[in-house]
Design a binder for this molecule. Structure first.
Ligand code: SF4
Ligand code: SF4
Length: 509
């Protein structure tokens, strides 16, 4: 399973703005001016990272091995207390006798080689640097022979990479690569300028990508999927990238997303490239949310036991509806005070049917009954347990983690089959695509958790990312492409698909 370890605290520090390759897809080209970062500034950034409790230093560039103080900087990371020091390199400097040995002696633990194609002609068509294939491969082999140095490989998927992908992985694995990061290109820097050479027909090549991951799995070699659209992995969903990685992507463009969230500043990259962008769904979601906040739209606010302390905070507009995610929250003193001062509608998310309305206080007007293992057991009782007293709706909830999806969810298609048989079809269903419900619309639960707002009423970007991942990060099958409702369909939450696969969903209308 591609589970990303968000606890692994890596501190990325740039060493150079120069590179001895000239890659067709370079994301860093706009930042390069041929200079080296001053050593003192690099060390200051590394010290700052330690102060913030990062325990792994990742030295990057440009090409970090070109820095004149490279070995001294590696050595300093160890003196500062970093447990692990890694570099991201094109590998060419490692081809020089003694370079790898000096790097290891200085304290280098891991070298990640960016090696994107197995065929020398394709390799150098990508690096646009004659001789780079032989040097990089020689450098890799020298590094791989050293004990005490882990060598891993980054492979960017391009039209020139895919046809030989599995063979290339096999070769590098035979030579000692311990791990592979297989990346999908993103439409920035040189990759955007050369988009016709870099991007490729994903649907046509999906099988080749899956085959490479299956090969790694059989061999017991770790392969991470990185930014590869989930629909590629239909039938092999265990390779879908963990949604938690979104945090890293947002962090890389924090300034831009902060400006979008709270000042409504349209990202400068907005336009044609959005169609190829790995964070397009998140970006659209934040844009819509930010617009709604700016226009003082009245939100339903979701209160949970983890954010109930925010109930006194100022929300961007006067809220008319509060949704609580457990009935116990009504006993919270802050909540009682809040309700007593307002004429407010109160709704509740409920995990299992309650017998004969037991425990549903009168102030609750709507109950959202969760689709889960518990409710699936007792479908015939759903209606009698709750209707008449309150409005009842069924809801398919997002899950913050894969484990939670496995523990709580049932495959949605199985649930829907039973549900249709049970005769409850007049109850509204939220977040379930219409190809499963057979209904004309797919209503979406869009209450905003209270913690996505700061006390000032602004959007808290980090909380929004967490909320998006847990609730709204959905995916669609490649088979959805022909669906007339594609644009307004929410899809299925990514962790449900990771847990139960695309194939349990009868996509298509
Ligand atoms: S989706 Fe957002 S981040 Fe991506 S290119 Fe478009 S505006 Fe930029
Ligand atoms: S887009 Fe896909 S999931 Fe949504 S209704 Fe169409 S077929 Fe179903």
């Amino acid at each position: 399973m591609n589970e990303y370890n968000s606890e692994n605290k890596k501190h990325w520090v740039r060493l150079t703005r120069v590179c001895n390759n000239n890659c067709l897809f370079c994301l860093d080209a706009d930042e390069q001016d041929g200079s080296y970062e001053p050593t003192e500034s690099i060390l200051a950034l590394l010290r700052e990272g330690r102060a913030r409790k990062f325990d792994q230093a990742v030295l990057s560039g440009g090409e970090p091995t070109l820095h004149p103080d490279f070995f001294a900087i590696v050595s300093e990371t160890k003196k500062m207390g970093y447990k692990r020091t890694q570099i991201i390199t094109n590998g060419r400097m490692f081809s020089y006798a003694g370079f790898a040995e000096r790097a290891v002696a200085a304290g280098l633990d891991e070298a990640t080689f960016s090696l994107h194609a197995g065929d020398p002609y394709d390799f150098e068509a990508l690096t646009r640097t004659p001789g780079s294939y032989d040097e990089a491969l020689k450098g890799f082999m020298r590094a791989a022979k050293l004990s005490g140095l882990a060598v891993s490989v980054d492979i960017l998927l391009t039209g020139r990479t895919i046809h030989g992908l599995t063979g290339w992985i096999k070769k590098m694995s035979d030579l000692g690569a311990s791990e592979f990061d297989i990346l999908y290109p993103i439409p920035f820097g040189e990759a955007w300028k050369h988009k016709n050479d870099v991007f490729f027909d994903l649907e046509e090549r999906a099988k080749d990508i899956v085959k490479a991951f299956e090969f790694c799995e059989e061999r017991g070699v770790k392969a991470w999927s990185n930014r590869i659209p989930a629909r590629v992995f239909e039938g092999a969903e265990r390779f879908i990238q963990s949604p938690l990685k979104l945090r890293v992507e947002v962090e890389a463009k924090r300034g831009m997303f902060e400006a979008l969230a709270n000042r409504g500043v349209e990202p400068p990259c907005s336009g044609e490239r959005c169609a190829l962008c790995h964070v397009a769904d998140f970006c659209r979601s934040l844009m819509k949310f930010s617009d709604a906040v700016a226009s003082k739209k009245s939100f339903s606010i979701l209160i949970t036991k983890n954010n109930v302390d925010r109930i006194g905070w100022s929300f961007p507009s006067e809220t008319e509806t509060i949704v609580i995610d457990s009935l116990g929250i009504l006993e919270n003193e802050q909540m009682k005070r809040y309700f007593s001062k307002r004429d407010i509608r109160i709704e509740a998310l409920v995990e299992k049917p309650l017998k004969n309305h037991q425990g549903i206080p009168d102030i609750i007007s709507t109950v959202y009954l969760e689709i889960n293992r518990e409710t699936a057991k007792n479908l015939s009782n759903i209606r009698s347990a709750l209707l008449d007293k309150v409005e009842l709706k069924m809801i398919m909830r997002g899950r913050a983690t894969l484990e939670e999806a496995v523990e709580k969810d049932v495959p949605i298609a199985d649930f829907m089959q039973e549900y249709l048989r049970s005769g409850n079809m007049e109850i509204e269903m939220l977040n379930v695509p219409r190809c499963l419900t057979g209904r004309a619309e797919t209503p979406v639960f869009d209450a905003a958790p209270a913690n996505v707002f700061k006390n000032s009423g602004e959007i808290d970007l980090d909380e929004y990312v967490g909320c998006y991942m847990a609730n709204w990060m959905s995916v669609k099958s490649a088979r959805c492409a022909g669906c007339g409702h594609y644009a307004d369909c929410p899809g299925i939450h990514i962790n449900h698909v990771r847990a139960f696969g695309f194939s349990n969903i009868p996509f298509g209308i």
